[in-house]
Design a protein around this ligand. Structure first.
Ligand SMILES: Cc1cc2nc3c(=O)[nH]c(=O)nc-3n(C[C@H](O)[C@H](O)[C@H](O)COP(=O)(O)O)c2cc1C
Length: 209
């Protein structure tokens, strides 16, 4: 009987610990606890493209804008990619074969911004074609560019090297790589939009500026 009561006690304590842990994690994912100590120079734009329904890159862009006071600028394709993941893969592959860009809705020039965060999902190891079009149609001379990306498990690939190549006249800062949910997780209904919290973003900002 004593042993039974002891086991029961351990189970109850463990259950309480799990619930408390989940609560802490849930609050960590919505509230930053790390303070932004960095003072970012000048006027800031947070430009991003995000394609999937869960919006991994959009989530990170919003966190960056929240903590930097930057203005969110969304890149949108004129012709949106298909809803199905498989069809998007095919359409993106076609874009890659045809010069790597895709027409985008007008994004105003970056005049007046000193710091430009630029975010993309990783597609085939680099930025998505709408972001390639954004680089082609905008000038980054004299600006500070801060790249960030989300990926489905394969990492940042060539993204940071390609961003540097796309804006040679800018000062490009150390970028941020975030693992986002992938197709398998979405199908299974598991995982979270991004496998990180706002704290990671604030820590990165503090390290970069
Ligand atoms: C066309 C396409 C290509 C992709 N290529 C890669 C890749 O090379 N490496 C990787 O890790 N994830 C890849 N992914 C997964 C996305 O990078 C990942 O899910 C991302 O977080 C989606 O961001 P979003 O929600 O902002 O669209 C690809 C997704 C698509 C649709």
């Amino acid at each position: 009987m004593k042993v039974l009561l002891m086991i029961l006690g351990i189970v109850v304590v463990a259950a309480i610990a799990v619930v408390a842990g989940c609560r802490i994690m849930a609050s960590r994912s919505t509230e930053a606890t790390v303070a932004l100590t960095a003072k970012l120079p000048g006027k800031i734009a947070v430009v991003y493209y995000s394609q999937s329904k869960v919006g991994n890159t959009a989530t990170v862009a919003k966190w960056i804008a929240k903590h930097t006071g930057g203005e969110l600028v969304t890149i949108e394709a004129v012709e949106a990619y298909p809803d199905s993941y498989g069809d998007t893969l095919k359409a993106a592959e076609k874009d890659m074969e045809n010069g790597g860009t895709r027409a985008i809705k007008a994004v105003p020039p970056l005049d007046g911004y000193d710091v430009v965060f630029i975010g993309s999902p990783i597609w085939y190891g680099t930025y998505a074609p709408p972001v390639a079009e954004f680089f082609k149609t905008h000038s980054f001379a004299g600006k500070t560019v801060v790249p960030f990306c989300t990926h489905g498990g394969g990492g940042a690939g060539r993204y940071f090297v390609d961003v540097r190549k796309a804006c040679p006249a800018a000062t490009v800062k150390e970028g941020l790589t975030i693992r986002g949910s992938n197709q398998i997780e979405r199908r299974l209904g598991t995982g979270v939009t991004v496998h990180h919290t706002e704290d990671d973003i604030v820590n990165w900002l503090n390290a970069v500026f």
